[in-house]
Design a protein around this ligand. Sequence first.
Ligand code: NAP
Ligand code: G4F
Length: 361
Amino acid sequence: MPKAMITGVTGQDGSYLAELLVSKGYEVHGLIRKASTFNTDRIDHIYQDPHDPSARLFLHYGDLSNSEQLANLIYNVRPDEVYHLGALSHVKVSFEIPEYTGTVTGLGTTRILEAIRRSGTPARFYQASSSEMYGSAPAPQSETTPFEPRSPYAIAKLYAFWMARNYREAYKMFAVNGILFNHESPRRGETFLSRKVTRAVARILAGRQKKVFLGNLEARRDYGYAPEYVEAMWRMLQLDEPGDFVLGTGVAPTMREFVEEAFGYAGLDWRERVEIDQRYFRPTEVDYLQADASKARRLLDWHPKVTYKDLARIMVDADMEAVGLTPIGEGLKLLDRHFGDWHRWASGVTAVIRSAGNGVD
Ligand code: NAP
Ligand code: G4F
């Protein structure tokens, strides 16, 4: 049975990836942080008591800021594949805690790479690189576009990108960079734009909230559906040779267009419900991210199906269900049509959203 280790297993992508790998017959080991509140909501539905012989997901406490724990874990588990998804992933927050961002999002990658190297395990390594690294580089961006990062987060990710490349070249490690453009889902954290908006739509419909405060709505993001992206992460580690891959849909709406779509789907006029608040603007913004994912189409046979309009419907439906409303239903039909069972997340997502409580913005 192949063994995988996932850092960031409690996050959006980590939870979908854990599901995918368990469904493919992997034994999955996830790194989780010790918190005083429950932080495993997104994976509770696939977690079983480790004493159960059919258990396939095992969780280990650790932190990306501590190399000793990481080294022990990799030495003891000896995974075949390591998916390094853990990071401080919020761009706006990275401006507020730039040093911590460097330690976790940047140096965290070095700690894992070094733990693999020193353990002598021939593990394949996936680095969660980001389209944010392109910053102000003109769109569309591909694997050959020079990076022009515009945030502490992007700069930390760029350092990590080059560390993965360096270990590939220096130590012949099978290390890949997935340069992923924005991918969203009902499991997206509540403070990212897409989820903040779809959650607000549902809560407005339920009478729990009157309006939502947002920042710059003129930036463009290439929006895809997260489960499709984790499938491509796995494909990257099955290749004969390691490489770097851009993943995105090639379609980049403004955030205003996404807001319009989500509110419009629910029959609401967004102009009556959205207020612009300077607090949510960034000191430096990334204006235009649009993927040229032709390499992934060619070498990974990767063809994402979900558009940003579909995404608005899927996420509004899920958030409506979470607040106890009957979903409008187009999003659920889209998932059925495109994917069938795996992406229906019947047990998982609803529970996650229900337990998410009020959150913050
Ligand atoms: P996410 O939902 O924010 O998940 C981040 C994960 O990292 C969580 O499990 C979090 O744990 C964990 N983490 C944070 N700090 C940690 C620390 N000090 N030690 C150990 N674990 C820590 O992010 P995501 O959207 O799934 O993204 C996954 C990865 O892809 C991230 O590296 C992100 O930067 C990158 N990425 C994301 C996108 C996107 O559009 N989603 C695009 C490009 C790249 P807690 O649950 O305890 O907070
Ligand atoms: O949803 P966002 O915070 O995502 P952002 O900054 O694009 O970063 C995400 O995608 C990256 C890939 O390019 C990942 F690497 C990163 O980890 C993360 O997953 O913001 C999207 C856009 C920005 O232009 C932001 O300025 O929406 C704008 N925005 C407007 N109002 C807002 C808000 N963003 C947030 N989070 N909250 C607002 O109220």
